[in-house]
Design a protein around this ligand. Structure first.
Ligand code: AMP
Length: 282
């Protein structure tokens, strides 16, 4: 695995790798776990070479969020990627990503609004901006993202379509199912913030979500079911529910009842200072 921190050698290396076939990009913020590795494994089924980026993107963190304490473990991450047969690790410094005088923002309206867009103003501008830059830097043929961050996936697909990104274009953005712990909790770098007691309580999130999704699928009213799930999260140890919503899976428009299109249940909730998100199909 080659580790690159400068743009010119990165591009030369990707061009050389592409001789063997398609190059896939898996963008991450590091602190890698099995969820990230499942993206790498999925990438290998689509591409001749896998490139992974590790960049903790300051522009997607709000002023009072966890940028400073976000786990940083490049050496351990690098060893994991090497063992997975990743060809290239792109690990730019913040000054390369956002040099002095940097002034450009990518804002995707519609799918960025509501849900995490309401709870974390500016977050999806930061995500869209950095992913657009990563695509232009690495120029992969395809890119993979986790369904765990369902709204993020929708934002990136919309951006790729709207900006006519050819590498990768919207159809070359692949969503990968969420990897979970045995008790159902979605793997997340932020799970490391949880105490043992909070970690036990966190399992209520997938439980409440599954309960609500099954009830709604069997015809129960959406609003009362979501309110009941919210109460069970609060009773189970969560301190605050940012949202629990049934949405159109593609447009993310809120739904008050199931219709013809695919629907998704999305939740964001906090235990202490830790914010967890999750989603499942309904
Ligand atoms: P992050 O490092 O948190 O920005 O995540 C990098 C990528 O890994 C994103 O596309 C996430 O959606 C994906 N990801 C994070 N957690 C999981 C998980 N539990 N299962 C599958 N993909 C995940």
């Amino acid at each position: 695995m080659q580790t690159m921190t400068q743009l010119d050698p990165l591009r030369r290396t990707v061009d050389a790798l592409r001789v063997d076939g398609p190059v896939a990009l898996v963008p991450t913020m590091g602190a890698l776990h099995e969820g990230h590795l499942s993206l790498v494994r999925a990438a290998k089924t689509h591409a001749a070479h896998v490139a992974v980026s590790i960049f903790i993107n300051p522009r997607q963190f709000g002023a009072n969020e966890d940028l400073d304490k976000y786990p940083r473990q490049l050496a351990a991450d690098s060893a994991l990627l090497e063992a997975e047969g990743v060809s290239l690790l792109w690990a730019p410094e913040p000054t390369l990503m956002y040099p002095q005088g940097y002034a450009t923002n990518v804002a995707v309206s519609g799918v960025s609004e509501g849900l995490c867009g309401t709870a974390r103003p500016g977050h999806f501008d930061g995500v869209a901006t950095v992913v657009c830059k990563l695509f232009n830097q690495v120029r992969p043929d395809l890119a993979l993202f986790g369904e765990k961050d369902w709204q993020q996936l929708a934002v990136i697909r919309r951006m790729a379509r709207d900006l006519d990104l050819t590498l990768p274009h919207a159809e070359a953005i692949i969503g990968v199912p969420t990897v979970r712990e045995a008790d159902g909790l979605a793997l997340s770098s932020r799970n490391a913030y949880l105490s043992a007691e909070q970690r036990a309580a966190a399992a209520e999130l997938p439980r409440a979500m599954r309960w609500a999704a099954e009830r709604i699928a069997r015809g129960a009213g959406v609003e009362p079911t979501l309110r009941e799930a919210e109460q069970s999260l609060l009773a189970g140890g969560f301190d605050r529910i940012d949202y629990i919503a049934l949405c159109d899976a593609q447009s993310l428009a809120p739904l008050t009842a199931l219709g013809g299109n695919a629907a998704r249940l999305l939740v964001a909730a906090r235990i202490g200072a830790t914010r967890l998100i999750d989603n499942i199909p309904v």
